[in-house]
Design a protein. Structure first.
Length: 129
């Protein structure tokens, strides 16, 4: 299931040339669980980073709240009444949604290299085991 790694420009350019639904299916068929694991790791890393930035004040919660209000989220949720911890997580989750194109591009770029390492480890284990 592992093939040769794509170059940075080639991998991202190839992903950008395909419609989004085909992108995920294409990479799932080509790399399987390695693609899924990479995607999940990038997602959780982004969510965790944004949560820490919001919680520590490095990403101004006031700015983020203004952004959420601008998006109209306050029509469904009373943003000001959120518990700070759950509010920070909700805010980080919403902000993470806006990073999808970048997260997907990073996943597309990283997956071939990770798949190559995984395949090398499998080959070594089969050779020595």
């Amino acid at each position: 299931m592992v093939t040769e790694p794509a170059t940075a420009a080639g991998g991202v350019a190839a992903a950008a040339a395909m419609p989004p639904k085909k992108n995920f299916k294409y990479f799932w068929k080509k790399y399987g669980i390695v693609f899924a694991g990479t995607y999940i790791a990038v997602y959780l890393g982004t969510l965790g980073t944004l949560y820490v930035l919001v919680s520590k004040g490095a990403l101004g919660a006031g700015d983020a709240l203004s952004f959420l209000q601008w998006l109209g989220v306050d029509k469904w949720v009373e943003i000001e009444r959120l518990n700070p911890k759950s509010g920070n997580l909700a805010l980080a989750w919403i902000l993470t949604k806006f990073t999808e194109p970048l997260r997907f591009a990073l996943t597309v770029f990283a997956t071939p290299s990770i798949a190559k390492v995984v395949q090398r480890k499998r080959d070594e284990a089969a050779h020595h085991g």
